[in-house]
Design a protein around this ligand. Structure first.
Ligand code: ADP
Length: 405
């Protein structure tokens, strides 16, 4: 059979007619010719078997009483072949069939009977039903195997992509680690010559023999200030790279305690209102890094404000996605314009002049983001200038059964 997958309504099927009397074969042929199917004639059971081996047959029409191999015997042989176990058989019987005979036929998997004299309309109707059934079954089988092929193809493609993704992920992880190691070494090694430059400046200032004029002294002091700033940047880089390098062990962490510790670090002045929704729950994480996260976010909330009574609220809610908790740190401060909301997570990015709002290096949020992502979470911000800011981030909740530990 061709492997055409479309539903071909008019595809002809093969009908094998078996009878030892050529005249009868001819009359069946005449009756069935208008169905437009392929009619194959066989004059004996043996010839029929020969045809069956050569062609794919939808229906066998056979005389029950034939010399040598009668219809029932032929049917039995046909049924033994796995390929023909479901092939429809119509028996034509000249003799009156007792119920016992019918039973014998059905045991062989026969599908229908027609008695002689054959009524042409009846024979045509029966044959046409079986031919149609065969055609539809075949079409269905083909569609099915086409579907299976497509599913297999897609699955293979999907597996290929998953493998590729895993490979890229590993490569990314190792290149991230390399970058962290490089940043650490570079910033560490740069600190020493920087210290030497600052020290040399100090020698120049203290060397009375040089008798520097005021302008030269100012310049040397400028060099020293720049060295100090640069040292600050290098420290920030060291701190940033340390998060990626450190083997931060993750345990079940009580966030009520973490937030308590971070508030002690920030030490908000008395006019500040800090509201914490308790309990904040248990998560998987590194308590030191998570303390750093809350200290940074609360610290920023109190720093970037023009309110007489700055307010910070820490809250939690269960995410729709299983096992995640969404934490929020909300303030009533100056807010962040939408166009800056991505940039604030970049290293050394500040939205204000160097010393405005108590100064800063623009590293805090970069570190917060890195810590959250290393915890498998995500961080984002919602804010409007003048309307305060809320930072949200996700963490993985620790399983309940362990919580009493
Ligand atoms: P730093 O505070 O040292 O400048 P951060 O990385 O913590 O560095 O923050 C980057 C910038 O994002 C800040 O300079 C500030 O402009 C802005 N920002 C951070 N948090 C807030 C906040 N809660 N409200 C308004 N602006 C903020």
């Amino acid at each position: 059979m061709e492997s055409n997958t479309s539903l071909n309504e008019h595809e002809k099927v093969n009908i094998l007619m078996v009878d030892d009397q050529p005249a009868k074969l001819l009359s069946y042929e005449t009756i069935l010719s208008e169905l437009g199917e392929n009619l194959i004639k066989a004059g004996s059971g043996r010839e029929a078997l020969g045809q069956l081996l050569k062609t794919d047959v939808a229906l066998v029409l056979m005389d029950v009483s034939m010399p040598e191999l009668d219809g029932f015997e032929l049917a039995e042989i046909i049924r033994q072949h796995p390929r023909y176990q479901k092939t429809a058989v119509i028996f034509i019987s000249a003799v009156h069939l007792t119920d016992l005979d019918r039973l014998k036929g059905y045991k062989h998997g026969a599908v229908d009977y027609i008695s002689v004299p054959v009524i042409p309309e009846l024979l045509r109707a029966k044959v046409s039903v079986f031919a149609e059934l065969y055609r539809k079954t075949r079409q269905l089988e083909r569609l099915n195997s086409e579907l299976e092929r497509r599913v297999a193809e897609r699955t293979e493609e999907l597996e290929r992509r998953v493998t590729e993704l895993a490979r890229l992920n590993t490569a990314l992880q190792s290149s991230n680690q390399e970058l962290d190691a490089f940043t650490y070494i570079a910033s560490h090694d740069l600190k020493e010559p920087l210290r030497n430059i600052a020290n040399l400046g100090q020698f120049l200032l203290e060397d009375s023999a040089l008798q520097l004029n005021e302008q030269s002294e100012d310049r040397v002091r400028s060099i020293q200030r720049l060295c100090q700033r640069l040292d600050g940047f290098l420290n920030a880089l060291l701190e940033y790279s340390r998060i990626g390098r450190a083997e931060a062990t993750q345990t079940r962490v009580n966030l009520d305690e973490v937030v308590q510790d971070s508030l002690e670090l920030v030490a908000p002045p008395p006019q500040v209102v800090v509201h914490v929704q308790r309990p904040l729950g248990m998560v998987w994480g590194n308590d030191i890094q998570l303390t750093q996260v809350f200290a940074n976010l609360v610290g920023n909330g109190l720093k970037y404000t023009d309110q007489a009574t700055p307010r910070v609220e820490i809250g939690v809610q269960a995410a729709e996605q299983n096992g995640l908790l969404v934490y929020s740190v909300r303030d009533n401060g100056i807010g962040i314009a939408p166009e800056h909301q991505e940039a604030i997570f970049q290293i050394f990015k500040r939205l204000h002049p160097r010393d405005a709002f108590g100064g800063g290096r623009g590293v805090g949020l970069t570190i917060v983001k890195k810590i959250i992502e290393r915890h498998g979470g995500r961080i984002w911000v919602e804010s409007q200038p003048g309307a305060g800011t809320t930072f949200f981030f996700t963490l993985t909740s620790a399983p309940k059964e362990d919580q009493e530990k």
